[in-house]
Design a protein around this ligand. Structure first.
Ligand code: NDP
Ligand code: KPL
Length: 305
């Protein structure tokens, strides 16, 4: 088992800060770094993070010469920044570095595995948190959890190392024996919920049982289910129901990240959702009309910013 003593995080946003605080409280300032380009580094150094009312003087580095190669690397940018983020993290990776990604969707792990080696990357999901990130202030309630799991025997040693480390940090996590399946559940949810709210400019409430956009949301999720099933990922009708069930308890006025991105005129993570599902469905010969519609409409929205 690997003993994790140094950690690098790329992405000082909602998720990066949320989980960094647990690691900082355990490892201390000198063993945890946020990796960023020079401009971000300077901006961050000048503006410390306040997390749930407590100030954190994180260490920021833009070059490995300012620190060392790390035992654990956490990718926590948006997917729109993944290429730049991977360039920045590259020098910090050694032969036995463990890498996890908190990104939504199922493809950031593929990108990381292709760039840095299959054996380094453990599939991970960030879920069940409500985080508000404004300026340098991050408020999390609840803080949520990371889900990790071995997809193949090759991942088992790294999962054991993460288990020991997260336990020591008191970082909330659970292990899944079906991590790929669970990632697809979340992808299915995001394709239905995030895209419907973004395209129709509506909050969660409009997707709740009996509300006008419920059926379309479920139909969109079922398209993802069909694609998954064709790939041999066994999402059942019951899984679709179970996956959308928590939405009933979401704040009706609140909204998913994709609608927040559209309102702020930011490029969305469309590539993780319909941008991934539509070409894959085409290749597999599956009809996904809602995802096709959403792909076209969100591309149009972004083009008109
Ligand atoms: N927020 C949530 O509740 C959840 C988010 N996720 C997923 O986790 C991922 C991260 O989301 P979230 O934390 O909300 O996103 P944020 O936008 O809050 O944070 C991303 C951070 O990445 C930084 N960044 C961008 N480009 C670079 C770069 N080249 N180098 C270093 N840092 C960079 C940004 O910095 P700057 O601000 O300086 O531009 C930003 O602070 C996404 O894929 C999201 O879908 C998953 C589950 C829940
Ligand atoms: C919080 C949640 C699950 C809601 O859709 C999400 O993943 C997002 O907003 O991107």
């Amino acid at each position: 088992m690997k003993n994790i003593k140094t950690v690098g995080i790329v992405g000082r946003g909602a998720i990066g800060v949320n989980f960094a605080t647990f690691i900082y409280d355990y490892l201390g300032k000198d063993k945890l770094v946020f990796i960023a380009d020079e401009q971000r580094k300077e901006r961050y150094q000048a503006n410390p993070v306040i997390y749930n009312g407590k100030s954190y003087d994180f260490k920021y580095v833009s070059s490995v010469s300012e620190f060392q190669q790390v035992d654990l690397l956490i990718l926590a940018t948006k997917y729109t920044a993944i290429k730049a983020a991977m360039e920045e993290m590259k020098p910090f990776i050694k032969s036995n570095t463990i890498i996890i990604s908190t990104l939504n969707g199922v493809i950031s792990e593929d990108d990381l595995r292709q760039a840095f080696g299959r054996e380094k990357v453990v599939r991970c999901i960030a879920r069940a948190m409500a985080i508000v990130y404004q300026g340098n202030t991050v408020t999390a309630d609840p803080v949520g959890e990371l889900v990790i799991g071995a997809e193949q025997p090759i991942d088992e040693e790294n999962v054991a190392s993460l288990r020991a480390f997260f336990t020591a940090c008191h970082l909330p996590f659970v292990e899944s024996d079906h991590i790929l399946l669970e990632s697809w559940h979340k992808l299915m949810f995001n394709c239905g919920v995030n895209q419907t709210c973004a395209v129709f400019n509506i909050p969660y409430g409009q997707l709740k049982p009996g509300m006008p956009y419920r059926e379309k949301t479920i139909a969109t999720m079922k398209e993802v289910q069909a694609v998954a099933n064709k790939l041999g990922i066994p999402i059942t009708d019951q899984d679709v129901e179970n996956t959308i069930a928590p939405l009933t308890n979401f704040n009706s006025e609140s909204m998913p990240s994709m609608r927040q991105d559209v309102l702020a005129k930011r490029k969305t993570e469309l590539q993780l959702f319909a941008g991934y599902i539509v070409p894959l469905a085409k290749k597999l010969g599956i009809s996904v009309p809602n995802n096709e519609e959403y792909l076209a409409k969100i591309q149009e929205i972004e083009a008109n910013y």
